[in-house]
Design a protein around this ligand. Sequence first.
Ligand SMILES: *Cc1c(COP(=O)(O)O)cnc(C)c1O
Length: 937
Amino acid sequence: MTRSFADRHIGPDTNELDRILDTVGVGSMGELAARAVPASILDAVGETGLDVLPPAVSEHDALTELAALAHSNTVATSMIGLGYYDTLTPPVLVRNLLENPAWYTAYTPYQPEISQGRLEALLNFQTMVSDLTGMEVANASMLDEATAAAEAMTLLQRANRKSTSQRLLVDTDLFPQTRTVLTTRAEPLGITLVEADLSSGELPEGDFFGVVLQTPGASGRIADPAAVIAAAHDRGALVAVGADLLALTLITPPGDLGADVCFGTTQRFGVPLGFGGPHAGYLAVRTAHARQLPGRLVGVSVDADGDRAYRLALQTREQHIRREKATSNICTAQVLLAIVAAMYASYHGADGLRAIARRVHGHAERLAGGLGDAVVHERFFDTVLVSVPGGAEAVVAKAKGRGINLRLVDADHVSVACDEATTEAQVAIVLECFGAGGMPETAALPSIETRTSAYLTHPAFTRYHTETAMLRYLRQLSDKDIALDRSMIPLGSCTMKLNATAEMEPITWPGFARLHPYAPVEDTPGMLRVIEDLEHWLAAVTGYDRVSLQPNAGSQGEYVGLLAIRRYHLDRGDTHRDTCLIPSSAHGTNAASAAMAGLRVEVVKCRDNGDVDLDDLRAKIADHADRLACIMITYPSTHGVYEHEVAELCALVHDAGGQVYVDGANLNALVGLARPGRFGGDVSHLNLHKTFCIPHGGGGPGVGPVAVRDHLAPYLPGDPLQPDSHAVSAARYGSASILPITWAYIRMMGADGLRRATLTAIASANYLARRLDPHFPVLYTGENGMVAHECILDLREITKRTGVTVDDVAKRLADYGFHAPTMSFPVAGTLMVEPTESENLEELDAFADAMIAIKGEIDEVAAGTWPVEQSPLRGAPHTAAALVGDWNYPYSRETAVYPLGVHSRRAKVWPAVRRIDGAFGDRNLVCSCPPLEAYTD
Ligand SMILES: *Cc1c(COP(=O)(O)O)cnc(C)c1O
């Protein structure tokens, strides 16, 4: 029998599946579908909409097709700039980090004890950003530069408690895409953008809560922001400065000039262009604003043995706690790319980065020298703006003919950006295209090297300059973490499934990786084909009419969908429709996104069985009748159940003139079985990093496409270079370079494979529910006692009785070699388990056995064998170091670290640290690398 890709993607084979179905108590997959999924929404086989998908092909054939598409793209020399620069990723980082499943298959580090490797790498990222910008605290990554600017805008407003102004002053020399995203994000919040040329250092009249500028500017010019910062502070406004990190190795950083916030991208630190993404944006602030930072912040704390340990500080899962009052909706960030950038800085060190910056600047200087008076600005870093009255198009065309893309600014101006990959020969060609003569040795320009403060002096940036040292550092860090390459990661709602190597290979191919997002369309037919195919396929899978791939995380997709709803109502004159109903069980990002979209959140209750309470819904609809904009539900619900009344729910909202948003994070329970666009949804976002095999990267990248019915299609985001496009990302197709992953997945699975994957995911979840329910009761089930693709284990009774908490069980699982399930979402005191289709029966059973063994330990606590504080549960996780020296626990060392016996066949995971004290870290907030002394003792 030849195995198909689907056979390799799906864990259980036919025999195993029979045993799984047997335990679940159904005779076939068909019966499983009929029992689990409500008949009212279940598509008949052959009527799933998936017939538009091409038939499945093998890994080899899919890669051959993708290679042809990649080859059809023209990898020109890109000198377009505008925030995107070619970069030379050190091969040691390509192979051992970017292409290494130990790094790219990890989850967000919510379980810090088994995530110390990536937490350390992210702390290096934060240190790198705060050092280079001269700021005090940086977070661990934004989705891109433009969204970082948007987050800076709202942060300025939150932080500026003295100002009541709703006006934000924006410099004209901002990247156009940054300005567009600011415009999109400002409008629903009632913020007015005022644009002005701030290069003189003077501000226009009036009050502003904040000022946003950029250095170097979009035109390449380096203006000294000091005067603007001082004037803004005098006026009671706070200042955010966008800055290029490579330039900051030479020029005075915004932090040294008194800026309050600094933002930008870290793309050119080794992260391929990728047609626009994914790259890590950054955001850095003064200590006074640290608690206002959106997104993830890694902090230093201590573990139970008093050793240093890292964890996410402050706002971990902030949305779940603060919901519509959250500072931002960002959830999935850009962890993998942030780590690439940090390692790039570690590998080159301060001297290396400075040398790269000088080389880049040297190329720009030679260009300027050759172009003489045609150069518009005297002070620039890498980008030279050239005046060619009436001749700009001709120059750009000439360069295109020589394989170089320049930026056409207008009919009279061309801009040329140099980068790490630029060569002398290319500079010479560009000069020829401008009709300039030979290259002068030096240009008589003032030095831009004004920076006096030191940076990257920490050992993290001085110890790993050789390949051997870097290779071992990467290995040493990833060995501390549990990723999918070590065990299943049964995280409910997060769908941690196989990310096949064949899906991953294309993303570093130059034909996809080295495309500039604003490259001419004729350069990118293959990339655009991947995008078009995917839009088409995802529309078919979801039953919607149109798809936008622009949002670069699920939360961004939510935001786009809600904005579309808002604008739809406004266009119809329904200006009063501003209320978004959200069930109490919803993911926290839902409420946060609604608030960002200018909607009021009203919570709808859930019934005891976990379903949305339709009586409460009717009451809420009546209460808010005229103001109802939409409802935002998750389907199947975050309770892991297919609610049978979903069609009725949608009808109630539609009848009242509202729209239905279906959060598609749980699409792994629907693909090939039911389509939200057909059972009542008007709009959904999907998470390609959940259902469609893009790996989590340790907390990003992600892709959160939004799918809509026809009537909302006019409101999808457009080209960010167009000011009124309502774009939400800096690049038109968001994180385009990882789309081949999903393309390959769908291409290799085909309609049958996708449907089989969904059914297997449901079967496996129900199998675990059956096996674990006697030990940890399953909280919610649907009408036939079935769960969907995940199940919630209720520990609240156990905790009440024995004091053993979900934390104890989660940490103890690490001693057994497993990553914990999702903790306390959507219900506090529970664990949510999602096995996905990719785990075979052996792994499912190993997990169930570990959980059952842990229940045995809980029973020992209940029986008084160990007090809970002295139990292996509370002591978990146990490190190797903890075994050395005195042993003051009432259980043995063997019980601690080999709970199933030394000879149990499962590979031993040794957590790097003991249980981490989170509160200590929040009280003593340290968010950059610990000082030098920490390394000498
Ligand atoms: C993961 C998830 C989200 C958010 O997606 P991100 O990509 O992390 O922004 C939203 N809703 C639900 C139900 C989710 O599981």
